[in-house]
Ligand binder design. Structure first.
Ligand code: 13P
Length: 251
């Protein structure tokens, strides 16, 4: 059966010393706990190799927030999937709405990134989600379906089995405005159905679908109680050990 996962997305926050300190705190908190979910932190590229040295990877997974759409070569400033994997990281967030919105990432680029991530042993945390206008005009289910079809449905069933999905309604990210548990469940059930129609029930049932967008210790329990919500991708609340652990302990 699918795993419950709580993953932090630190975004462009923390210097290296601050990030190492936060990772050490989360690591220490997990050493003293028996969480009912897998816990992952996705951190800036500059932090990966160092944080990999200070955490117990049997209790805390490590991931990047992006990777390049090429394997190597003359792409100044980019960081490739093999580079990420060589730090010890085993996850990578792909297609976050901030990447789609501010850096022009398209489904086409994302297909290349997903392929490179999988080829290098990284589990993609693939983000999808509608903007406010699409929520309001009622097209949100279709928007998310298209993002999944275009970004992932070229994969074989075996490859798709390695994907973690994160539904992040753009209007809920960093706004303090969460989707209600029912809104999340409606979308997550629809996503699972979309996967089932392509890959069958077993693959769909085994896919972890995380919710992201203003998730906090105070609302995580209700959202995670929904049958199709398998955890969260946490932004702001992942930047403090106490609030992040509060969400982990919501399971
Ligand atoms: P917030 O939790 O800060 O709303 O961010 C969610 C997010 O974008 C995680 O990837």
């Amino acid at each position: 059966m699918r795993k419950n996962i709580v993953a932090g997305n630190w975004k462009m926050n923390t210097t290296l010393p601050e990030g190492v300190k936060l990772a050490e705190q989360v690591n220490a908190a997990l050493a003293a706990a028996t969480p009912k979910c897998d816990v992952v932190i996705c951190v800036p590229f500059t932090h990966l190799a160092t944080i990999n040295q200070v955490i117990d990877k049997t209790k805390l997974g490590l991931g990047a927030e992006n990777c390049a759409d090429h394997k190597s070569g003359a792409y100044t400033g980019e960081v490739s999937a093999p580079m990420v994997a060589s730090t010890g990281a085993t996850y990578v967030i792909l297609g976050h709405s901030e990447r789609r919105q501010y850096y022009g990432e398209t489904s086409e680029t994302l297909r290349d990134k997903v392929r490179l991530a999988l080829d290098n042993g990284l589990a993609p945390i693939f983000c999808i989600g509608e903007v406010l206008e699409q929520r309001e005009d009622g097209s949100y289910l279709n928007v998310v379906k298209t993002q999944i079809e275009e970004g992932l449905f070229n994969l074989s069933a075996e490859e798709f089995g390695k994907i973690i999905l994160a539904y992040e309604p753009v209007w809920a990210i960093g706004t303090g405005k969460t989707a209600t548990a029912d809104q999340a469940e409606e979308m997550h059930a629809y996503i699972r159905q979309t996967i089932e129609s392509k890959y069958g029930k077993e693959v769909a049932d085994n896919t972890s679908i995380l919710y992201g967008g203003s998730c906090k210790p105070s609302n995580a329990k209700e959202i995670f109680s929904k049958p199709n919500v398998d955890g969260g991708l946490i932004g702001g609340a992942a930047l403090e050990c106490e609030s992040f652990m509060g969400i982990v302990n919501a399971f």
